[in-house]
Design a protein around this ligand. Structure first.
Ligand SMILES: O=C(O)C(=O)C[C@]1(C(=O)O)C=C[C@@H](O)C=C1
Length: 408
């Protein structure tokens, strides 16, 4: 069995696609996203727009001329068709497809596409200008046009609808833990992880000029940022209020000229929105790192020339020791796991049967997300997934991508 044969069946893929086609109506910074126009198109910024950074996504209908997106017609079929029927990818079990024709597969990105060499890309991130996610997008793709999105889901949709080329979204933080919403969205959408970015997050407490620390009664920020500054904010006795992103908090405080409210955000956000920094490095631990995922419509070809990591999601039959057995497939082959996360399994997403637990309905089924240190180009990793597949009820490779070894 080949690495690309380990994934959900075509039937299951259909289920996910149908589900995600129902999810419409999100907004990219105030603009309603219409259902995808036929044919699928992408907004290519004019040279003038390209010079203006952070232009929010506009649904418009110019054809793509991006070298990276040259798969509009694949094997005689338009990209539109390929997206409506099962989303072909090297991760799908093509051997189960009666119409299997590898010529129809979109050409995967090469592993260099995930590296810093890609410029002129439009990269979606969640938040407004000055958000940590914007900095992470710029670290992942220097010279890219970073495109702000209101919600995580909007960023996923923007990639799927060819409005942008990539998305960079947070997945875990060394102090605050996992960003569960993005784990759930990874399953619901059919994007591929093509890279990761680790970003050192250094929070500042900021307020309008003239406002002193003792004037503050409350503080606004993203829930993750508030959690990362728990001790400091408790010591200061500030009431915490959660908003969509850290830079959005700074913008709100500045825009409304609040004089009893501060924001927890980056020094970049303080500069952009003209706020005064009252305290620096207020995170509970100086090692505060957020890991972001780089997402694309197509996977990269995994390599063995540098350290690679692979992310998978699976579910298991009920029974004693099944999780132990699942993890043993990696231990037996000396493959190191770097992350394990469990999330509730929503049956309609993976097409699982409505099974009973000794006659009692079962409410608590789980999906397991695992990251391991190996490339899917490595036979050892392929063997491990082949083994796991023997007793998993669902298995999908989310991506095999280079490890980020450079901290910013
Ligand atoms: O609000 C921001 O600035 C973000 O980029 C989001 C986010 C997150 O979701 O975890 C990213 C990094 C920090 O951990 C705090 C917040």
């Amino acid at each position: 069995m080949k690495w690309n044969e380990v994934s959900l069946s075509i039937q299951e893929a259909k289920g996910i696609l149908i589900d995600c086609s129902l999810e419409v109506g999100n907004k990219i910074h105030g603009q309603n996203l219409e259902p995808p126009p036929p044919p699928v198109t992408i907004h290519r910024p004019s040279p003038k727009q390209r010079r203006r950074r952070n232009v929010p996504v506009l649904a418009c209908s110019l054809q793509s001329h991006n070298a990276d997106d040259n798969h509009n017609v694949v094997g005689g079929r338009s990209k539109t068709e390929l997206q409506r029927i099962p989303d072909y990818s090297p991760y799908d079990d093509v051997s189960k497809d009666p119409n299997n024709n590898t010529n129809m597969l979109p050409r995967p990105l090469s592993s260099t596409h995930s590296s810093n060499s890609v410029s002129h890309l439009r990269v979606a991130y969640q938040g407004v200008r000055g958000a940590y996610s914007e900095s992470a997008a710029e670290k992942a793709y220097p010279y890219c046009e970073a495109v702000p999105c209101e919600q995580f889901e909007t960023a996923f949709e923007a990639v799927e609808r060819w409005l942008v080329d990539r998305a960079v979204l947070p997945i875990e933080n060394s102090l605050g833990g996992s960003i569960h919403r993005n784990y759930d969205l990874l399953l619901r959408h059919r994007l591929h992880i093509v890279g990761e970015v680790k970003f050192a997050v250094r929070h500042c407490l900021m307020a309008n000029h003239g406002v002193k620390l003792e004037d503050l009664k409350r503080v606004l920020s993203h829930p993750q940022a508030l959690a990362q500054c728990e001790h400091t904010l408790t010591k200061l006795g500030l009431v915490r209020e959660a908003v969509d992103d850290t830079a959005g908090a700074a913008k709100h405080v500045a825009f409304h000229k609040l004089n009893d409210t501060g924001a927890v955000a980056s020094s970049t956000a303080a500069m952009i929105y003209g706020l005064n920094i009252l305290a620096q490095d207020i995170q509970d631990d100086s090692d505060n790192v957020t890991r972001f995922l780089m997402l694309a419509r197509e996977p990269i070809v995994p390599g063995t020339d540098k350290p690679f990591k692979t992310s998978i999601v699976f579910s298991l039959e009920e029974g004693p020791g099944v999780l132990f057995k699942a993890l043993a497939v990696f231990a037996l082959r000396e493959i190191n796991l770097t992350k394990i996360e469990s999330r509730p399994l929503r049956k309609q997403l993976v097409g699982a049967s409505d099974d009973n637990n000794n006659g009692y309905p079962k409410y608590f089924d789980y999906l397991f997300y695992v990251d391991f240190e190996a490339s899917m180009a490595d036979q050892n990793a392929q063997n491990a997934l082949g083994h796991l597949r023997e007793f998993s009820t669902y298995l999908r490779v989310l991506g095999s991508y280079p490890v980020d070894t450079c901290m910013l």
